[in-house]
Design a protein. Structure first.
Length: 217
């Protein structure tokens, strides 16, 4: 009995050490999945979590692209652009505390969100709230700088799992259409693509093989 107790006592610190190491390792993985500038999830982590969320039924997927971001970078420099991106990340996190979904930076000035939504009226309210927050001026070196936002939303109301790639493509298409009119938000309810796709992406978007150089997203 004494030998058994001694063995258990000796194993205790080792087990505790492995537990601490495991926690540290999981935290490192979580940090690696996040965008270092905004603290939001990256694309891979977003898609992993969003697929689980979309399996629950009635939901919405958003694609968000900033308006005037290139002009801000060109006129005030990349530090101002980074300040705007950090502000957008913070505002998306704050908005998501109520929406209760998942938000991410996909790259550049493009962001995404997915969340449960019970009705079209609720989705409209969330989009209005989010768009207003994203269009608030950003403080940079004591002065306000301005960017806008174009938001495309796809709502999947049926109580069947939604296909994330379809949802993101449709949200992206709606975002692109909104962007051509000067920004704002709009909603797609039909999963049928409005644009021809190349390699699963909207034709003309960077990353498609036959997209002309410098074409608009």
């Amino acid at each position: 009995m004494s030998q058994t107790l001694a063995a258990v006592a000796a194993a205790g610190p080792l087990a505790a050490g492995w537990a601490v190491h495991g926690l540290w390792f999981r935290r490192r993985i979580e940090v690696a999945r996040r965008d270092p500038l905004t603290g939001l999830l990256g694309r891979d982590a977003f898609e992993h979590r969003a697929r689980k969320l979309l399996a629950g039924g009635s939901c919405a997927v958003l694609i968000i692209d900033l308006d005037g971001f290139k002009a801000l970078n060109d006129s005030a420099g990349h530090a101002a652009g980074d300040a705007a991106l950090r502000a957008v990340g913070s505002r998306l996190n704050h908005w998501n505390q109520v929406a209760g979904g998942v938000v991410a930076r996909l790259g550049g000035d493009e962001f995404a969100a997915a969340f449960y939504v019970r009705s079209l009226a609720e989705l409209r309210w969330e989009l209005e709230r989010l768009h207003a927050a994203l269009c608030e001026p950003v403080r940079y070196e004591g002065l306000p700088v301005f960017v806008g936002a174009s938001i495309g939303a796809y709502r999947h109301p049926r109580r069947t799992p939604a296909d994330l790639s379809v949802a993101m493509r449709r949200a992206d298409e709606v975002m692109y259409a909104v962007k051509q009119t000067g920004g704002g938000w709009s909603i797609a309810l039909d999963p049928t693509p409005a644009y021809r796709t190349v390699n699963g992406r909207r034709d003309g978007r960077p990353g498609t093989d036959d997209a002309p150089e410098g074409s608009a997203r």
